[in-house]
Write a protein that binds this ligand. Structure first.
Ligand SMILES: NC(=O)c1ccc[n+]([C@@H]2O[C@H](COP(=O)([O-])OP(=O)(O)OC[C@H]3O[C@@H](n4cnc5c(N)ncnc54)[C@H](OP(=O)(O)O)[C@@H]3O)[C@@H](O)[C@H]2O)c1
Length: 327
């Protein structure tokens, strides 16, 4: 198939402004395929890049579906052929200025695409497995040994996400049992780098979703350093603001469980749904009493001691529970 030298692309003309232009096709590297684009999906990261990041001349967009029209020399051994219907994500102009998805031809690494089954329309394929889904498929749960962190690891892995977490070495086996694929010591000065390296080796490229389950000290900063531009950090708003936070272009959302408890709030419905699911998750043994170790205290008189146990940061990889009445 002969390819044109120029094609149509959506291009940034000045900060915040785009135009349809003719420009050179992106180069197809050895590990890449060139895709004739059929459909693209839009993500918030697209407008954020246009408004805040991209320079004039750079093209835009991440999610696409289409058919393979050319292949790099290493791509041939990856199970793809010319003419295959595929969908995927391009990191876009971050790496190649003329390789956004919103254009006639896009180059994509074979690890970043998947073969589209015939029953799936191109329109659906463009967003499935795109930025929204794939970012959610990998998650860094910072502080996995916290009470919230352990629950998050379990739920995220039940939901099919691939989880990397941070915790002290002594909690590693517990967190792996809960579903974490990798556990990095958060005290390691190279922790951020090691998380990124894991993501790269796991074939995700970059993790774009972080759940900061401690939200203290520099944890939110480290999460932002990991997800970077276009990523999202969910932070537990704990009355400990992070005034000097450099979000590195990531969206930082603060959540508070208490808002979900109020039926007036939008997140209440999700919490209610979750509660309805709980019994069946337990009956089917997807959630078990053995998932999280308990640190037990007994009686009202031990309540202050139990509270102090947490206050002093003595809880590690366990939930503190006070038994007030014996069965
Ligand atoms: N927004 C909300 O709705 C909401 C709800 C619940 C909790 N919270 C907040 O979320 C935070 C966690 O609560 P929790 O009950 O889950 O805590 P927790 O069980 O008391 O957390 C203890 C764990 O924190 C880890 N840790 C301590 N310092 C850390 C750091 N600098 N980086 C990473 N991990 C660190 C330790 O891990 P190692 O053992 O591995 O050292 C320890 O096991 C608290 O600040 C709490 O106030 C907010």
């Amino acid at each position: 198939m002969s390819l044109p030298s120029n094609h149509t692309a959506l291009v940034v003309v000045e900060r915040g402004k785009v135009a349809i232009k003719q420009q050179a096709l992106p180069e197809c590297a050895d590990d890449e395929v060139l895709v004739k684009v059929k459909a693209v999906a839009i993500n918030p990261t697209d407008w954020k890049h246009i408004d805040w990041v991209l320079q004039p001349g750079q093209s835009v967009g991440c999610d696409f579906s289409g058919t393979i029209c050319a292949m790099g020399k290493n791509a041939k051994n990856k199970g793809f052929s010319i003419g295959d219907p595929v969908a995927g994500i391009t990191p876009g102009p971050a790496i190649k200025p003329n390789n956004g998805a919103f254009q006639e031809y896009v180059a994509a690494h074979t690890d970043n695409i998947w073969k589209k089954p015939d029953i799936l329309p191109y329109e659906s394929a463009a967003h499935m497995g795109g930025v929204s889904l794939s970012a959610a498929a990998f998650i860094i749960i910072w502080s996995g040994a916290s009470g919230v962190g352990m629950a998050a690891i379990k739920i995220a892995s039940l939901a099919g996400m691939r989880v990397i977490t941070t915790a002290a070495e002594q909690n590693k086996a517990l967190l792996q049992k809960l579903g974490a694929e990798a556990v990095i010591d958060y005290k390691d000065p190279e922790a951020v780098q090691k998380v990124k390296q894991w993501a790269n080796n796991a074939g995700c490229g970059a993790i774009k979703l972080a759940f900061d389950c401690i939200s203290e000290h520099d944890s939110t900063q480290k999460c932002c350093d990991i997800v970077g531009q276009g990523g999202k950090v969910i932070r537990l708003d704990t009355m400990t603001p992070s005034p000097n936070l450099d979000a590195k272009g990531a969206e930082v959302e603060q959540i508070l469980l208490y808002t979900a408890l109020d039926p007036k709030n939008v997140d209440h419905k999700a919490l209610a749904e979750w509660n309805r699911m709980m019994p069946s998750l337990i009956e089917s043994k997807k959630l078990t009493k053995d998932d999280v170790p308990l640190k037990l205290f007994h009686g009202f008189e031990e309540l202050p001691e139990a509270i102090d146990y947490m206050r002093k940061g003595k809880a590690h990889g366990e939930k503190v529970v006070v038994v007030l009445q014996k069965n």
